[in-house]
Design a protein around this ligand. Structure first.
Ligand code: KE4
Length: 428
């Protein structure tokens, strides 16, 4: 760590006080054989660490910063709210405004509840599904990650899979007993679960585009098939759009793929980088939630005015003409550049992308399910991660994460990234 002396010292101090020296294992960098660097500040598409080293940022705080760091509209909105206070324990009109924006933009949402994280959103969504249907079982997909909800830390992706703990210690058999798991993109496996558990499945929960096993798009017909199957079986279809929400389209993945779920979970982007989550559905479904209905859910910081202000400013900026076309163009440029770099260096790998989220997998073929990623792939990704960071490009520190592009990125930064990748691939 001689290249990052101050960061190394910061890491040593942090490790004495916090597990892994981090407040989320996804940042730990253990799977990529490195220490995390400690960030001093960020601006636009750039991170600067405590040693003054700069990086083109593809983590974007794990997705929320689709406008890049310190977007003026977001800073202005948060500053204006700061002048009025940081929170009241009472409703504000800004929360209603954010709910209106989301309900107008997201096909499957008429009404919603704001919470403070994606985990709270998915935890509440499955409680709502169970409360509404009176059924217990929930189907999830191997490699999908829905936050650290006990019932969903079963074959979970993201940091859980990265660190080899997809089924976490401390989750009791009782907590996981009603969780059923199917391989992603395997409609037959889901049909078999319904056949094995007739009338028992409350919900099928998925990332419509998997981002937590690396980026894995739905195969043609899969989402439509789940929609048809859940409707026929009286189960609820729940899209966890915490990552894909407002990332892959202004109407989220459900608009991009034309399949409307019964319940939608959101987070990340709708908070503009500040802590937030949300779950929403048709009106009658949300009437089941306390205080209108019997499904209890609450939160001290739910709808916090600072987070709502940042979210509103972000959604308004994303609604400007041409924003998603630009993100798509930058995503295409990076994908094409990485594919060319793989071909030129003869390195084995595939690039999978939806909009401005993508993953370079060090595998020979496409990745449709978790077993398509081998230990060799994760080892080669680790070397690539270190090579890219040494060349001033910050990737998420896991083969099972998505890279994110923001509107602060531009063609020059993409080309600089591709040049770094060409050099790093040659050394992998
Ligand atoms: P949070 O509780 O971390 O706000 O959201 C949980 C969550 C739920 N659903 C999806 C699809 C998610 O991607 C996430 C969180 N994503 C990870 C990164 N893949 C957050 C990073 C971290 O855990 O530090």
């Amino acid at each position: 760590m001689t290249d990052h002396p101050s960061s190394h010292q910061a890491f040593e101090r942090a490790r004495a006080l916090m597990p892994g020296g981090v407040n989320s294992p996804a940042r730990a960098c253990r799977s990529v054989g490195a220490e995390p660097v400690f960030i001093d500040h960020a601006d636009g598409a750039w991170l600067t660490d405590v040693d003054g080293a700069r990086y083109i940022d593809y983590v974007c705080a794990f997705g929320p910063l689709i406008l890049g760091h310190r977007h003026p509209a977001v800073l202005d909105a948060v500053s204006a709210q700061l002048a009025k206070g940081v929170g009241y324990g009472a409703p504000t009109e800004a929360e209603t405004a954010l709910a209106e924006r989301v309900a107008r933009l997201v096909p499957g949402i008429d009404r919603l509840r704001l919470v403070s994280s994606g985990t709270e959103a998915t935890m509440s969504a499955i409680r709502l599904a169970r409360g509404k249907t009176g059924r217990r079982k929930v189907v999830k997909f191997d490699g999908h990650y829905h936050g650290h909800v006990d019932a969903l830390l079963v074959k979970a992706g993201s940091g859980a899979m990265t660190l080899g703990t997809p089924d976490s210690a401390g989750v009791t058999p009782g907590a996981a007993a009603d969780t059923l798991v199917a391989p992603f993109n395997d409609l037959g496996a889901v049909k078999a679960l319904f056949a094995e558990h007739p009338g028992e499945i409350a919900a099928v929960l998925l990332e419509p585009v998997a981002g937590n096993m690396g980026v894995v798009p739905p195969v043609a017909g899969f989402l439509e098939g789940l929609r048809e199957l859940t409707t026929a079986e009286g189960a609820l279809l729940v899209f966890d759009e915490v990552m894909t929400g407002f990332r892959v389209a202004l109407g989220c993945a459900q608009a991009r793929f034309g399949v409307t779920p019964d319940i939608t979970c959101l987070g990340k982007i709708i908070g503009g980088g500040l802590p937030i989550g949300a779950y929403g559905a048709r009106g009658d479904l949300m009437a089941t939630v306390s205080p209108e209905g019997p499904v209890y859910q609450a939160g001290t910081n739910s709808g916090n005015p600072l987070c709502v202000a940042a979210g509103l400013a972000t959604l308004d900026a994303l609604a400007a003409p041409g924003v998603y076309e630009r993100l798509e163009a930058l995503g295409e440029r990076l994908e094409a550049g990485l594919r060319a770099a793989l071909a030129e260096t003869g390195a084995e790998g595939v690039v999978q992308r939806v909009g401005s989220m993508l993953t370079l997998f060090f595998t020979g073929g496409p990745v449709n399910a978790v077993h398509d990623v081998t230990p060799a792939a994760t080892a080669r990704f680790a070397a690539f991660f270190r090579g890219m960071r040494d060349r001033g490009v910050m990737l998420p520190p896991s083969q099972y994460e998505a890279w994110f592009i923001s509107t602060a990125h531009d063609e020059a930064l993409i080309d600089q990234t591709v040049a770094a990748a060409r050099a790093a691939l040659a050394a992998v």
